[in-house]
Design a protein around this ligand. Structure first.
Ligand code: SAH
Length: 291
């Protein structure tokens, strides 16, 4: 899965692999305690038609390849009639632990965050399926597996300050917030930023801060960041984001246009930067404010 770049030390690749399979010190070390897991309601049934969008999705294995687009309309099968907490457990077992993420803290976090709250109502019955889903404005909420994979790769700790580019629905930000980190998330579509801010507030994530703006500039007022996660694909890693990454920090970012690779960028204490390619992916493009 991991291809070595010429200037990457081998031990970096091993450390990343260990993180993914959960043998490192543990990504997302201190999940935030929550008491709302048992308060889940049963899903509503969706019926309206939503537009099909270019999706964001892993394309690295046969099992995920055919799911590169969000579905064209919501469905309501037997699985979606089960309580949300139960659907989350199945999601984690089959889509996440069943693949290559086995970090227990990340799995627990994915069992906890109420993904259906971040999905538009007409798609709620499909909130826990193995796909990205439309959230309006031709954007998607990430596939659960990709959220788990990126969170595991980040190796989040409670004392981390994290920058996210591409708030979208706010779900990835909530997962990072659930780990106890202070999260700063930037979304270029102000309506999405506003909606995500409200959802996060309603769910009690007061450690997640959302702003509307262009992620190419980063968030200089809040820098430096221990971790940076980019959930839209820039053609090249923006310099401002590298500058705003703290020494010893790590960034996870999909890079490329038609062909994209999920990359990990690590900055040493001395400020040297190393990049590792993880896997081929397909994310929505990271656009510029004047696009
Ligand atoms: N993390 C999101 C999914 C992200 S989809 C979630 O959990 O739901 C990618 C998002 O990146 C979209 O909402 C898109 O509007 C946003 N985006 C694209 N270019 C951007 C930029 N330059 N700055 C900030 N956000 C951007």
């Amino acid at each position: 899965m991991i291809r070595r770049l010429s200037h990457i030390r081998l031990d970096t690749c091993w450390r990343l692999l260990l993180t993914l399979v959960g043998l490192s010190t543990g990504a997302c070390e201190n999940p935030r305690p929550r008491d709302d897991v048992s308060h889940d309601q049963r899903p509503s049934t969706g019926s309206s038609q939503a537009s099909s969008t270019e999706s964001e999705q892993s394309s690295g294995s046969e099992s995920t390849e055919e799911k590169t687009s969000p579905p064209e309309s919501p469905s309501n099968d037997t699985e979606s009639a089960r309580p949300y907490a139960q659907q989350r457990r199945t999601m984690v077992r089959e889509q996440i632990a069943g693949r290559d993420v086995s970090d227990n803290q990340v799995l627990e976090t994915m069992r906890t965050v109420p993904r259906h709250r971040f999905v538009p109502e007409e798609w709620r019955s499909m909130a826990y399926v193995d796909r990205p889903l439309p959230i309006g404005h031709d954007q998607t909420i990430s596939q659960p597996y990709i959220v788990a994979l990126m969170t595991a790769t980040l190796d989040v700790r409670e004392d981390h300050r994290i920058l996210e580019i591409g708030t979208g629905s706010g779900y990835q930000a909530a997962v990072l917030g659930e780990c106890g980190a202070e999260v700063y998330s930037i979304e270029i579509i102000c309506e999405l930023a506003e909606r995500a801010r409200k959802t996060l507030e309603q769910q009690g994530y007061d450690n997640v801060h959302v702003t509307c703006g262009d992620g190419y500039e980063g968030w200089p007022e809040q820098a430096p960041f221990d971790r940076i996660i980019v959930t839209a694909a820039p053609p090249e890693i923006p310099d401002a984001l590298v500058d705003q990454l703290a020494p010893g920090g790590r960034m996870v970012v999909p890079v490329g246009e038609r062909i994209q690779k999920l990359e990990v960028l690590e900055k040493s204490e001395a400020g040297e930067v190393e990049r590792t390619e993880l896997m081929p992916v397909r994310f929505v493009p990271m656009v510029r404010e004047d696009d």
